[in-house]
Design a protein around this ligand. Structure first.
Ligand SMILES: Cc1ncc(COP(=O)(O)O)c(C=O)c1O
Length: 398
């Protein structure tokens, strides 16, 4: 609906950064297809499993016990200690509790990271195709976003590090690096992470490390991490979330891991953003860490199976161009002759009854691709793959 002049004037009165905030590129296809009977929705970045009951029960118990008051800005001490122990188990060395701060999802961890490092007149460098929210959050704090497109080959996506470094200049305050990458499935090697670290060390640039999919990898136990090559006091802010590992996307709880020296600054930032995360949610997150090991393993097994089901079918089509993802839980593929993926998303709703996100939502380099989330039960994925290959009409479903 076109806006009335008075509404336009109201919007014009806002800060440019708020006014210019982009709409999500996934919303159009989502709104178009959400009520279609029988549609298999694979557009969102989440699985189909509800949060396990042992996690929900911990929240309920907390509320029943009257934990309804203001709480620690940094997060409950028990939860922060549990995060330190979780990292110790993942990385085989001790972590200080003082490095961990609880946030309103991974998204708010990213907001805090940008609020702390960049502002008007600064730039941040982000490789694309990428989950669009990081760039939007950088834009909101007034920073200029410089995109560095990754390169596609059927053997895998890659990031030319020289291009990443060339994109940095005297205004660059941070590099946002997402590995395993949503949407491409690219996973940085340890050598690549070391090279990025060396470069940022010598230029005083921050790294915002988004390794939230680190356990969803298809070779090995976890992806390489900056923690494998960096010191605790390097300029690295690690953003993370309970959303994916523990099926808690709707809860909005995550964490940020920072050098200890920044503790008071981040406590202040949390104070003036949200004043902390509700205690009952933190109790749930604590249960996730304490008792959720088997559930995470179950999710990883499902995602491995989902990848096989979906990519196995897509790879057979001679109209599909795709690299098998190395990590995360998305197939990111192009279809020959279908370059307008925003329209293709709508067409696949109408003609295949499958919901997939258009690559246009993920920035430069992603336009001709579609993102399909395979964190879902194998039966649904097999049916979605069957519908897609039938739609492709090249016999891939035979
Ligand atoms: C790469 C990446 N980082 C961060 C997030 C944030 O997760 P949340 O805000 O749900 O915790 C997402 C969610 O899709 C993501 O894909």
């Amino acid at each position: 609906m076109p806006l009335a002049e008075s509404d336009k004037a109201l919007i014009a009165g806002l800060r440019a950064e708020a006014r210019n905030c982009p709409e999500s590129g996934i919303v159009e296809v989502f709104n178009y297809g959400r009520t279609r009977p029988g549609l298999i929705p694979l557009w969102a970045g989440e699985g189909d499993l509800a949060t396990p009951s042992f996690i929900c029960d911990a929240a309920t118990r907390s509320l029943a016990a009257g934990e309804t008051f203001y709480t620690y800005q940094r997060g409950l001490p028990e939860l922060r200690a549990a995060l330190a122990a979780y990292h110790e188990a993942q990385f085989g060395r001790p972590f200080s509790t003082e490095r961990f701060f609880i946030t309103g999802g991974g998204m708010q961890a990213i907001q805090l990271a940008f609020q702390a490092t960049a502002g008007a007149g600064d730039s941040v460098v982000i490789h694309t195709p990428a989950w669009p929210n990081a760039a939007a959050a950088a834009g909101l704090v007034g920073a200029r976003v410089v995109s560095v497109p990754s390169e596609f080959s059927i053997n895998g996506w890659s990031l030319d590090l020289q291009k990443l470094f060339d994109a940095c200049d005297g205004t660059t305050r941070a590099i946002f690096l997402n590995s395993p990458c949503n949407p491409t499935g690219w996973v940085a090697t340890k050598a690549e992470l070391r090279a990025v670290l060396d470069f940022t060390r010598s230029h005083g640039i921050w790294i915002i490390a988004d390794e939230i999919y680190s356990r969803f990898v298809f070779a090995g136990e976890r992806s390489a991490s900056f923690r494998d090559v960096a010191e605790d006091d390097d300029r690295i802010l690690y953003v993370n979330t309970f959303s994916k590992n523990w099926a808690m996307t709707g809860w909005r709880i995550g964490w940020i891991e920072i050098p200890e020296a920044l503790g008071q600054v981040f406590e202040n930032l949390i104070q003036y953003n949200t004043s902390g995360v509700a205690a009952f949610m933190q109790r749930a997150a604590f249960a996730a860490l304490e008792q959720g090991g088997a559930f995470v393993e179950h999710q990883i097994r499902r995602v491995k199976e989902g990848r096989q089901v979906v990519c196995g079918v897509l790879a057979k089509s001679n109209r599909v161009e795709m690299a098998w993802p190395e990590g995360a839980f998305y197939a990111f593929f192009a279809i020959a002759g279908e370059d307008d993926t925003a329209k293709l998303g709508l067409k696949l709703v109408d003609e295949a009854n499958v919901g997939i996100a258009p690559g246009t939502a993920f920035g430069p380099g992603g336009d001709r691709f579609m993102r399909l989330c395979f964190a879902r039960k194998a039966d649904d994925l097999a049916e979605a793959a069957r519908r897609l290959s039938h739609w492709l009409g090249d016999g891939a479903d035979q």
